[in-house]
Design a protein. Sequence first.
Length: 299
Amino acid sequence: MKIAHLSDLHLLDLKGAMPFRLMNKRMTGYLNLRFHRKSVHKPHAARAVAEAIRALGVDHVAITGDVSNLALEREFAMVERFVEQDLGLDPNRVSLVPGNHDTYTRGSHFSQRFIKTFAKYVQSDLPISRDGAFPFVKLRGPAAIIGLSTARPRPPFVSSGTVGREQLAALGRALAHPEVARRTVVVLQHHPWHNKSWLHGLIEGLVDAPAEAEALRHLDRGLLLHGHQHRRIHRKIGTDHGHIDAVGATSASLLHTSDARMAGFNVYEIGDDGALGAFSSMRFDGEARAFVEVPIPLG
């Protein structure tokens, strides 16, 4: 099985947005876009990523959040078109989880705008969650794909996430299910598991990373795929009987001089027996409008 992983599209559409809708945390996000991100996040790079993924003929595509910039309806409509038209895959072959930009405000979070818009990409094969769409479980060949939402509305200049008690309990139920236990687990979430420090975890990392590690400790192998950092990176989470490979993808739309950050996507292979195969990352070459394979740095 071959899985393509992309993240952090940051598709922006402010057309028709009333000024009052920017009079909240969106104002800081807008100013960041206006004076910084607008010059580096380009939709044409994300479309090139979609075209390259189609050409590879992968079995499944995982998108790990921050598909929008300000969680506006028009942005989510752009993302819908991107997935349906640019990727052009059956919904059963796409899994999508939210990032902090997709629940940028309390209104977007509590209205469940992300879940309602992308319902067909978060459908679960197993009735694991008792109070929402997450976590979902998709059984695909040798893989059990588990989608978690770490996205929560935060104050300005705070972008941390959390799995939460309910999702952790549901994750435990999922991992204990026989259909999951006989497959290789692939966890999708926006925030990376590794925090630089306790303070980093509170401000921009994963607040309850230790609790998630406890839930995963009995696995002898698996993947945890994330975004958020806008960089290619490979770390390992130690377990009782082995380790989980935690791999981050860069932003699919980011134009950057660094190989670790330039737009692109990752590809992972899982054998029919569940063994993890090769990891690779494809970096966008903006001048040639092509992709070259680059290593995923160890963190």
